[in-house]
Design a protein around this ligand. Structure first.
Ligand code: NAI
Length: 397
């Protein structure tokens, strides 16, 4: 069938198999162009199908020669109905890995559940023995707690008082004001339950209990800080509380890994267009201004440039992991440079529907967004028939 983008709000209902495959190949080419990394060899990536998790899997496999198991929650295709993009990405990833003899298997299901943890542990035991790295890159709006069965929903709300600021509808370019009411205590607890560190530590405990962690093991989860302008709705809002909890969890996990000489880190990453970030009010406007400034500076990066740099310059350079005063790895350094932030905040004050085309980079935002679903990717013939029924080699259909 001919597959075209079908938008609804901040999601796209269709995905293009060849476009997704091309994106994955482009990421692989980038990592290979940067040379070998003396990194991990057996890696579990939780949230491996899109965004930072996919780039982590690509970097571990094609930069460091790692065998990878990827866990994700994606919609398989049905006749006449495309899969979600992460499905096509994962199929392409496995095909490319298989071509060069790299072990790659995937598990599709709810990573928060006991069943998917048990399935993953069994696969590691059978095929890899032990893992030397776990990347935790889940972004989800909901989590069914495995013990209580309560369904927690995360929210993106300010804490203490309501927050109003500019935002943009990136489809139309219309800049408007969004007002968000403050969170209740329940909203805060629910967001911590979904996006905080509890599930991360449950994974590590489960792996450890089955003796599936190698000596010198590392685990990394991703966080965000960002600028003053998004602070009330991000870092000082409900999601920020969850990130505080995630960051604190890294220390707790590390304490429990001392006998294995293991270590848990949080890496603070740059604001980027992913399915998760497009849903956050205010962030798309910030990103479109940030992209413009960082491109002019020659410092713009996507998820693959970020994660390649995380491995090559932060985790596996000279045997020491570079961290800030709070023990966090920072690859948001280029975003947070004073001159970049000053310029973005000047542009923020001015930004309007009329001038956004000139002062921001909405076209890049839009094309990055379409790229997430395999559209607007260079070199792909969108007029050609596509087979939507793509299989992931390691997943029974
Ligand atoms: P994303 O939406 O691209 O990827 C989320 C991944 O989680 C996908 O592989 C998806 O299949 C998987 N997933 C979601 N729910 C699942 C479930 N129940 N079971 C199994 N897999 C599930 O998200 P993105 O943006 O790459 O986010 C990953 C992490 O990076 C998050 O912790 C996010 O807060 C963080 N981060 C994101 C930034 C951004 O600007 N996008 C900036 C800094 C950090």
């Amino acid at each position: 069938m001919i597959i075209e983008p079908r938008m609804r709000g901040f999601i796209c209902l269709t995905a293009h198999p060849e476009g997704c495959a091309q994106n994955v190949k482009n990421q692989i080419d980038y990592v290979e162009s940067k040379g070998k990394i003396d990194g991990p060899k057996k890696v579990l990536v939780i949230g491996a199908s899109t965004g930072f998790g996919l780039s982590s899997r690509v970097t571990a496999a094609f930069g460091s020669g790692a065998s990878t198991i990827g866990v994700f929650f994606e919609k398989p295709p049905q006749p006449g109905k495309t899969a979600s993009p992460g499905w096509y990405n994962s199929a392409a990833f496995e095909n490319e890995a298989n071509k060069v003899g790299l072990y790659a298997k995937s598990i599709n299901g709810d990573a928060f559940s006991k069943e998917i943890k048990a399935e993953t542990l069994a696969l590691i035991k059978k095929d890899l023995g032990r893992v030397d790295q776990v990347i935790y890159s889940l972004a989800s709006p909901v989590r069914k707690h495995p013990d209580t069965e309560v369904l927690h929903r995360s929210t993106l709300k300010p804490i203490g008082r309501s927050y109003s600021n500019k935002t943009v509808d990136f489809h139309t370019g219309i800049v408007s004001t969004v007002s968000i009411e403050p969170a209740t205590d329940e909203d805060i607890e629910n967001t911590i339950a979904v996006m905080g560190g509890e599930d991360w530590s449950m994974w590590i405990e489960a792996l450890r209990a089955e003796d599936l962690l190698a000596e010198g093991f590392t685990t990394i989860a991703y966080s965000y800080i960002g600028p003053a302008v998004t602070e009330p709705v991000y870092r000082k809002g409900t999601i920020g509380r969850a990130k505080d909890n995630l960051e604190a969890t890294a220390f707790k996990i590390s304490e429990n890994l001392t006998d294995l000489h293991g270590k848990a880190y949080v890496s603070v990453n740059k604001a980027l267009v992913t399915q998760a970030s497009s849903a956050i009010p205010v962030i798309p406007l910030y990103i479109s201004l940030l992209y413009k400034v960082m491109k002019e500076n020659g410092t713009h990066e996507g998820t693959i440039e970020q994660i390649q740099r995380l491995y090559a310059d932060r985790l596996y350079k000279n045997g020491t992991v570079l961290v800030d005063k709070k023990g966090r790895i920072r690859i948001d350094d280029l975003e947070m440079q004073d001159d970049v932030q000053e310029e973005v905040s000047t542009l923020w004050e001015k930004a309007s529907t009329e001038n956004l085309a000139a002062i921001g980079d909405l076209p890049q935002y839009k094309s990055d967004f379409l790229n997430l679903f395999g559209f607007a990717v260079d070199g792909v013939d969108y007029g050609k028939e596509s087979d939507e029924m793509v299989r992931i080699p390691s997943i029974e259909s």
